[in-house]
Design a protein around this ligand. Structure first.
Ligand SMILES: *Cc1c(COP(=O)(O)O)cnc(C)c1O
Length: 228
């Protein structure tokens, strides 16, 4: 991305945020829900910390990053000046678990027993316990992170036993070029079945559909920060 494009993106962030917040509120009302029951997670991956600062200045307080290293490069310095919540939303390698636990307020992508082990050990070592979600690979796509649908019930129960109230919900990224609605509905049904209250689903292209299906967190990147 050129310097000019970055500057344009940064100038547009406050406006974009206002528009996205309006769209979230309208989608919630249309679904008979309260706007304040949907949290906007602003996804700042690949964007510079100036972009994050612009969003913070516009009142945004919840951010998502895919990669632990990028989160480590951008966010700790901002903690001295701003209050915010940082979510890790990308597939997580076990060797990154400790950094993730140290940095993040929320880890949305627990998806296998070995990662759950690593997170549990990291929480003990760091004396810090982020809020946790399980990522479900609702399209059963081989290249994607997330527990496959057939394994979801058993994994959710095992994580509930292990993490207790720290495990609050489910997250998904439906396959590209699919109607996301059945994926969102599947995730909502599964969360309800397991008594989990948080549903992290919906991105720039489909967050209104996700809200209609019960999303409580929407993860929106390009509609706020511009194209990547
Ligand atoms: C990049 C990303 C998003 C945001 O995507 P946009 O289409 O830019 O809104 C949301 N969730 C995850 C897991 C992502 O990787």
């Amino acid at each position: 991305m050129s310097v000019t494009e970055t500057a344009n993106d940064i100038a547009a962030i406050a406006d974009n945020l206002r528009r996205v917040r309006d769209r979230i509120a309208n989608a919630a009302i249309k679904a008979g829900r309260r706007p304040e029951d949907v949290t906007l997670v602003a996804v700042s991956k690949t964007k510079p910390s100036e972009a994050v600062r612009a969003a913070l200045a516009a009142g945004q307080t919840v951010f998502g990053e895919n990669r632990v290293q990028e989160a480590a490069d951008k966010f700790p310095a901002l903690r001295t000046q701003y209050r915010f919540q940082l979510h890790i939303i990308g597939g997580l390698q076990t060797n990154k678990a400790r950094d993730a636990v140290r940095l993040a307020d929320v880890i949305e992508t627990i998806d296998r027993p070995r990662l759950a082990d690593a997170i549990e050990q990291a929480m003990a070592k760091e004396g810090r316990a982020p809020t946790l979600l399980i990522e479900v690979n609702t399209g059963d796509e081989p290249q994607k992170s997330g527990v496959v649908r057939a394994g979801a019930d058993a994994f959710i129960e095992a994580c509930k036993a292990r993490f207790g109230a720290k495990l609050v919900g489910l997250m998904c990224v439906p396959p590209l070029d699919h109607d996301p609605r059945p994926h969102f509905e599947w995730l909502a049904e599964r969360a309800a079945r397991h008594g989990l209250s948080v549903l992290s689903m919906g991105m720039s292209a489909d967050f209104e559909i996700a809200i209609a299906c019960g999303a409580t967190w929407v993860r929106v990147g390009s509609a706020i920060f511009g194209h990547r």
